[in-house]
Design a protein. Sequence first.
Length: 101
Amino acid sequence: MTDESSLPLSERSFTASTPDGLVFVRVAVRGHVLGVQLEPGAMRRAGHELAERIMACADVAYLQGQVAVRREWERARMFDAVAGMPTESDLAAASERLSRL
């Protein structure tokens, strides 16, 4: 298995999971969902609850990637490029929502 941190950022993915470890979502740095993993216990949830958990995981994983891109661009002093990009506080808010599920 390749250590993702050694890959160029453009080839990395980010994963988020629910606090109970029943739902995992992996998202490419560009934002598309690469995979959703549901443990058997997740299937005991109502459809709308399961969808909420998948979406919350996808949001966190997506924001992890966007914040990583933002950091890289800020290090490169591309300050105009980061205008409007998600911030650490956006990621923290999404992580907090996920932690409450």
